[in-house]
Design a protein around this ligand. Structure first.
Ligand SMILES: CC(C)(COP(=O)(O)OP(=O)(O)OC[C@H]1O[C@@H](n2cnc3c(N)ncnc32)[C@H](O)[C@@H]1OP(=O)(O)O)[C@@H](O)C(=O)NCCC(=O)NCCS
Length: 121
């Protein structure tokens, strides 16, 4: 699922020793006439959260999407309780377009909203 085929792209973030700290994939959000909008996903080793790895991965994917000619990036499903992710994306220029009420069944918090975020490139 993670290793999307070209023209999508998958990257890892490494430290000075080459240890993998996190990864991102990036791709067209939709095929055909929706393929001018990009999307991406990120995951960082919990042992390295809060050190800027997620920010670096997100910035890298925005640079890739812009260079590849995409007109915008969207995140289709960001759980509203994922406050660090939402804050990170908003700080990089994304806006919450809307929220699917109770769109995600959180294992501890129950039914919570699912945001869609957008950033023009
Ligand atoms: C979301 C995720 C990719 C962010 O990666 P990260 O490397 O921790 O992010 P950064 O270090 O760049 O920090 C991003 C923001 O969150 C804050 N943050 C991240 N983890 C934190 C923690 N454990 N405690 C406090 N703040 C934290 C940072 O301070 C920063 O906020 P700021 O810019 O206002 O200071 C990472 O938490 C993750 O992999 N989560 C699980 C998978 C996931 O949710 N992916 C995204 C799905 S939409």
């Amino acid at each position: 699922m993670w290793l999307v085929p070209p023209p999508g792209r998958v990257v890892v973030a490494v430290d000075d020793t080459g240890a993998v700290l996190g990864t991102a994939n990036m791709y067209a959000n939709r095929p055909g006439n929706g393929s001018h909008v990009a999307s991406a996903s990120y995951m960082v080793d919990p042992a390295h959260h809060g050190r800027g790895v997620g920010r670096a991965l997100c910035e890298d994917s925005l640079t890739w999407a812009r260079a590849a000619g995409f007109r915008a990036m969207v995140f289709n499903a960001v759980v509203e309780t994922n406050v660090h992710a939402v804050r990170l994306y908003e700080s990089l220029g994304f806006s919450i377009l809307g929220t699917v009420p109770e769109g995600f069944h959180h294992p501890e918090k129950g039914y919570v909203g699912l945001h869609m975020l957008h950033r023009p490139l």
